[in-house]
Design a protein around this ligand. Structure first.
Ligand SMILES: [Zn+2]
Length: 545
């Protein structure tokens, strides 16, 4: 087949795509119906408080600003043991030692957060991630990641467990009842920590790359983000079980409940925490551990019960955001061959040098597709992800490049030809919008021995964007190389005989791109606010409005 039909880069197609996706998404189960149905289950013998009672209780238990009385302080301290016992029973994690506890004032809580921020550094690696994210369009070009801080418009109303001091901090200005559910979440972290040493465990997937050119071992490719989702997902399960306990239910035996995470009101609550004007990737990466972590844990509970969902997954954690987002692939131990990019340096001469490299994971894809305005397609496209890696190159002349000084090579694998084609089309439409002067070029028919099944080319003010879809469901994208260089790169991708080494051996960790945001304490604080919003909305959903 020599005739290459270019991806049609017309907006009309994306409208068609949206129309298709509308039928592809099943309706979310109606959560309120689930509760009503299970409430009247005949096997309930114990007297159960009505939802109305609980809702009234929750309303009265809404965190209210109080000055903790000595009795309340006593109550809070006793609650730690009581709720730790609940979390231990619920998770199966034994309590090894009593959890240290303290009551802190608003000022002390502020100081703690401020200190964490002060300890942060904007590393070279983050600077490179920022440029790569801007080149992809995951961050706006004028976004200032270095000076990104979460504005504290609102005082946090949640206690927290600190892995450094192994201590749970409760708030002196919130009444005891109002702090109960969050304690169930935070004390689950205390138990995880007692059993697995969270600080070590959460980083265990990544081997530290030795400064200069030490080759990265394959073990270095695990995602810290995936482990983080396990840690938070488990705490979310215990939190929800704690809320459901008065109804003599658990998350596991109330299946429809997880769908509450998708309820518009919960989604809206999460969205209100999105920093003003922050890009979609912040929301996606911010909500990932709580939202997607909970859905992942719920799938494990369903499949293998408590044993699999707690201790089991700590022993064999998911390795990528893909495994978290598609629990089936984790449960079936799906093996994906990593996408490697050959060392292109010899082809590029002295003109370009490698600036940044990493994985472009399923969550990156989902965020990117949403950023491109294809919200309804995002889950579908992301679900067909089978791997992705990228390299950004800087022109040798630019010491600290901006996004317009770098060129990008991005290779991805997809489940089917249709999926590859659809991603290529959405990416091409996105590139047309992303650059100021974008012009779709017609592509000459390929006459070589190896030809892609589809090509799109867009001329931009930063050089051409070339998107090729290959018969093996690979999509190769280059941006900002001149056409001749782009052709050489594409050729090298196909031709093993060039004898180039895999880029993965270049000594750069393979963390998924947007997950590198999690290294920023300000981003962690932003995540905590997302968590709080999600938890409050979930408890309202569970216990009535
Ligand atoms: Zn947590």
């Amino acid at each position: 087949m020599l005739d290459r039909v270019p991806f049609r880069i017309v907006l009309g197609l994306s409208i068609l795509a949206v129309a298709i996706s509308a039928t592809a998404f099943p309706q979310q189960p109606d959560f309120s119906k689930t509760i009503a149905a299970t409430e009247s289950a005949p096997h309930e013998v114990q007297p159960t408080p009505s939802l109305g009672d609980l809702a009234r209780h929750m309303r009265s238990a809404k965190p209210t600003e109080v000055k903790t009385s000595p009795e309340d302080a006593k109550k809070l301290f006793a609650l730690v043991d009581e709720i730790t016992a609940f979390a231990s029973e619920d998770s199966g994690y034994p309590r090894k030692t009593a959890v240290k506890r303290r009551l802190i004032s608003q000022d002390e809580a502020e100081a703690w957060f401020r200190q964490r921020l002060a300890n942060s550094e904007y590393t070279e690696r983050l600077a490179r991630a920022e440029v790569s994210m801007k080149k992809f369009g995951l961050l706006p070009r004028n976004f200032d990641l270095k000076n990104f801080v979460v504005k504290s418009e609102r005082q946090g109303v949640a206690g927290f467990y600190d892995e450094e001091s192994k201590m749970i901090s409760m708030l002196s200005w919130v009444d005891a009842d109002g702090q109960k559910p969050i304690l169930a979440h935070e004390l689950t972290h205390a138990l995880q920590d007692q059993n697995y040493d969270l600080k070590v465990w959460q980083k265990a997937g990544v081997k530290k790359s030795d400064s200069k050119a030490g080759p990265e071992t394959p073990e270095g490719e695990e995602s810290v983000a995936a482990r983080h989702a396990v840690v938070e997902g488990q705490a979310m399960v215990v939190y929800m079980d704690y809320l459901l306990a008065p109804l003599h239910r658990t998350l596991k035996d109330t299946p429809g409940i997880v769908a509450a995470m998708e309820e518009p009101s919960v989604v809206a609550a999460i969205d209100t925490e999105v920093v003003h004007d922050a890009p979609i990737v912040f929301r996606e990466a911010g909500a990932f551990p709580y939202h997607d972590g909970l859905l992942f844990e719920a799938a494990l509970l369903e499949k293998g019960g408590k044993k699999l969902a707690f201790g089991g997954v700590f022993a064999h954690p998911p390795k990528t955001t893909h495994e978290v987002l598609q629990p089936k692939t984790y449960l079936e131990s799906e093996q994906l061959s990593p996408v490697t990019i050959p060392n292109m340096q010899p082809l590029l001469g002295g003109k370009y040098e490698v600036y940044d490299t990493g994985s472009f994971g399923e969550l990156d894809v989902r965020a990117l597709v949403k950023q491109l305005g294809e919200k309804r397609l995002a889950n579908d496209i992301a679900a067909a992800w089978q791997g992705g890696s990228y390299v950004t190159f800087r022109r040798s002349s630019s010491a600290s490049p901006s996004a317009s000084d770098v060129a990008l090579l991005y290779v991805s694998h997809w489940k089917s030809a249709q999926a590859a084609e659809r991603f290529g089309r959405v990416y091409a439409a996105g590139a047309s919008k992303r650059y100021k002067n974008a012009e779709v070029k017609s592509v000459a028919a390929c006459t070589g021995a190896q030809c892609p099944v589809g090509v799109a080319q867009i001329a931009t003010e930063e050089g051409p964007v070339i998107i090729q879809q290959w018969a093996d469901n690979t999509v190769v994208i280059s941006e900002s190389f001149d056409t001749a260089t782009a052709a050489k790169l594409s050729d090298a991708m196909r031709n093993e005989s060039t004898g180039v080494h895999a880029m993965r051996r270049m000594g750069v960790p393979q963390e998924e791109l947007s997950m590198r945001l999690m290294a920023i304490p300000a981003f962690q604080r932003y995540q905590e606010r997302i968590r709080e919003a999600a938890l409050q909305e979930l408890s309202a959903r569970i216990l009535g409005k």
